[in-house]
Design a protein around this ligand. Structure first.
Ligand SMILES: Nc1ncnc2c1ncn2[C@@H]1O[C@H](COP(=O)(O)OP(=O)(O)O)[C@@H](O)[C@H]1O
Ligand SMILES: O=c1ccn([C@@H]2O[C@H](COP(=O)(O)OP(=O)(O)O)[C@@H](O)[C@H]2O)c(=O)[nH]1
Length: 241
């Protein structure tokens, strides 16, 4: 008889894209996707893992698409950051409906709706057993929520950033464009940068590298995968030194 798998992490930072909250139309928020997020996250909280979650905003607005609307980039990025707050509020409510205590901390000052982010507050909430939804990205234009994920992981002392996507990990080319793309089990940070593998932006990768924060990129759309990663099963691609 094999021993049961052991939980690998005490505290994780989970990064999920805004689009993963949308239905097939890739815009807006889908009720069934909210429920799915709650179920997947609850399964690891029940293992005793502290979960901080950085959510993107691409299902509502991306600053990079500002040219399409003839908007100034900085204003468009503010809209993108606000979009992440909307997603975080939706997730908080969905988590609470599944009896999963959750709270939102925002990098952008939203007044009375949500608490402002501080690393101490985040850690207090995590230690009190709440899922901490980190909204507003980094609070600065020209950054992404992937970079916010790495930054917050380091600030709150998470052992790893888990980036959930709709593909199985990091490939040698975009698997949505190249059918014969090959999946890596592991990669160094420098290989991701050198090979220009666009699964996370370079700012996020180099910040992780400088702070020795390991990254696992995995398919969040496969139910149970988040739990498998936390239990140390070989799921996705591990990026580290
Ligand atoms: N080398 C690569 N390996 C894996 N995915 C890649 C790669 N290059 C580009 N991608 C794309 O990155 C996406 C994952 O990033 P994610 O942040 O979840 O989505 P998005 O950027 O659309 O919000 C995948 O769906 C995939 O199409
Ligand atoms: O620190 C940040 C994080 C995000 N954004 C803006 O918010 C949008 C949504 O974030 P992102 O594209 O990372 O979301 P995702 O792709 O994960 O859904 C971005 O396009 C940017 O316009 C920003 O300006 N600063």
């Amino acid at each position: 008889m094999g021993s049961s798998p052991a939980v690998q992490f005490k505290r994780i930072l989970l990064k999920l894209s805004g689009e993963s909250l949308a239905g097939d139309a890739k815009v807006g928020i889908s009720a069934s996707h909210l429920k799915y997020f709650a179920d997947e996250v609850k399964a690891v909280v029940e293992l005793g893992v502290q979960v901080a979650l950085v959510i993107g905003g691409g299902n509502i607005f991306r600053g990079i698409s500002s040219q399409n609307f003839n908007l100034a980039r900085v204003e468009a990025d503010k809209m993108g950051m606000l979009a992440t707050v909307i997603n975080a509020l939706a997730l908080k409510s969905a988590f609470q409906q599944q009896n999963l205590p959750a709270t939102v901390l925002s990098a952008v000052n939203i007044g009375t709706f949500v608490e402002p982010f501080s690393n101490e507050r985040a850690i207090q909430h995590l230690e009190a057993g709440r899922v901490v939804l980190l909204a507003g990205g980094t609070g600065n234009p020209f950054f992404t929520t992937d970079t916010a994920g790495v930054l917050r992981a380091i600030e709150i002392g998470a052992e790893i950033i888990l980036k959930g996507t709709r593909v199985d990990g990091v490939y040698n080319a975009d698997p949505e464009k190249f059918e014969d793309a090959i999946l890596f089990d592991r990669l160094s940070y420098m290989e991701v940068v050198r090979r220009n593998l666009k699964v996370m932006d370079t700012t996020a990768i180099t910040l992780a590298m400088e702070n020795k924060l390991p990254i696992i990129v995995f398919n969040f759309n496969k139910s149970g995968n988040l739990k498998r990663v936390v239990l140390g099963e070989p799921v996705g691609t591990k990026v580290q030194g």
